[in-house]
Design a protein around this ligand. Structure first.
Ligand code: SAH
Length: 391
């Protein structure tokens, strides 16, 4: 989305809040369903009454069940390179971190790890890396094609900002989905934390990905130094405005070898509130209970699954590389074998009385996302913008 459009969307959100009312939309059956306005979201982020917070979590859990069901989708995560050309203040992979032990898996190693994931029963593989210029786009396209033909899995990429042409070629090669968090909707905070990235460009990438027919995921970090409740509420409303297929969020965790060392980490309480609000506001987006959430609280992922999340991403990166993909310290699932990570996820899901998703867990939003066809301008996306109705 252009910056102008982005500003406009935030103004509109602000306008709703100023009108003091709740935005009312109708679901398919014409029943009004309230979407909290910014003022209400800020109030819920600051709520001090425990029973009101529990009611928020319970509401998000009902919306989750109604909109995406009880299935938890498993995505196999391969962190294939920790080289990065960026210098984000929060990230352990930042180029100035001389203590990071750098690795770059070969295309054959990545393919082998993906094939192993398929053999374990995964229907989606997520290929993530730092922003690494060390792979030519043709090589990545060949990799995607081989994974698609060899395994039939859905392929999700999370490799940062690239040109529209690269995104297009990767889509043509068969990539289905793309994850690119906007990190924070606050342009000033973004500039401070990502000194060599441009806010508008990140949103331009998200727009391109959507235009090219990817299922698009974005998200934020919760508890960044200098992040206000207002700005978190803007993040949540932006999830809706961007009409995302997937939303990934987790706590900021201070890395000792970055300029943000010693800053307080995001809290589980705050992460769960943002998860719950994101679910309530967006309805049927796929939302992972992230590794970072499991890192700040041993039961963090279970808790997230109970207040809105419906996806887990077990790590299947080969053992010898895993300990080096340290975007933040203390990361869980470093020591476990890939099969163990999947087993633990399955155990977690059944302990919550939920089931494992059997299909690839595609977007539940507009069906045209899968074909790359966009609705014509002015046409309402089917099911895209209706607020969830609770049962
Ligand atoms: N290079 C890719 C992937 C980045 S790593 C990209 O730009 O999209 C994936 C995510 O880890 C980031 O988007 C960020 O939200 C998160 N992350 C980075 N550093 C973190 C930290 N210190 N604490 C918590 N999450 C962090």
């Amino acid at each position: 989305m252009s910056d102008a459009r982005h500003r406009r969307s935030r103004d509109v959100a602000g306008e709703d809040a100023r009108r003091g009312g709740r935005e009312r939309r109708t679901d398919g059956e014409g029943t009004p369903s309230p979407v909290p306005a910014k003022r209400e979201i800020v109030r819920l982020l600051n709520e001090t009454d425990d029973s009101a917070v529990l009611a928020l979590f319970a509401r998000a859990d009902r919306v989750r069940r109604k909109c995406v069901g009880d299935a938890v989708h498993l995505r196999a995560l391969i962190e294939f390179s920790n080289h990065c050309r960026r210098n984000c203040l929060y990230c352990g992979l930042r180029r100035s971190n001389g203590k990071a032990v750098r690795y770059r898996m070969t295309v054959d190693e990545i393919l082998a790890a993906a094939s192993e994931a398929a053999a374990m029963g995964f229907r989606t593989v997520v290929l993530q890396s730092g922003e690494d210029p060390g792979y030519a786009v043709e090589d990545l396209c060949g990799l995607v094609r081989n994974i698609k033909t060899g395994t039939g899995m859905a392929v999700t990429l999370s490799i940062g900002e690239r040109s529209r042409d690269d995104y297009g070629r990767l889509k043509e090669a068969g990539a289905d989905r793309y994850l690119l968090r906007f990190e924070t909707s606050d342009p000033l905070l973004f500039r401070k934390l990502k000194p060599d990235s441009v806010y508008e460009e990140r949103f331009r990438c998200l727009r391109w990905l959507s235009e090219l027919g990817y299922q698009v995921g974005s998200g934020n970090m919760v508890g960044l130094p200098g992040q206000s409740e207002e700005s978190l509420a803007d993040d949540i409303l932006l999830f809706r405005e961007l009409d995302l297929d997937m939303i990934g969020l987790g706590p900021f965790i201070a890395h000792p070898d970055t300029p943000l060392r010693g800053s307080p980490d995001g809290t589980i309480d705050r992460v769960l509130r943002v998860t719950a609000l994101a679910r309530i506001v967006t309805g049927n987006a796929h939302m992972p209970a992230t590794t970072a959430t499991g890192t700040i609280d041993p039961r963090g992922r279970e808790k997230a699954l109970q207040c809105g999340a419906n996806v887990l991403m077990p790590n299947v990166t080969p053992q010898r590389y895993r300990e080096h993909y340290l975007i933040y310290p203390g990361k869980i699932c470093i020591a476990e074998e890939p099969a163990r990570c999947r087993f633990d996820a399955e155990t977690m899901v059944s302990s919550l009385g939920r089931t494992i998703g059997r299909d690839a867990g595609d977007s539940l939003k507009r069906p045209d996302r899968r074909t790359g066809k966009r609705p014509s301008p002015g046409e309402d996306p089917p099911g895209g913008h209706t607020a969830p109705r609770e049962s």
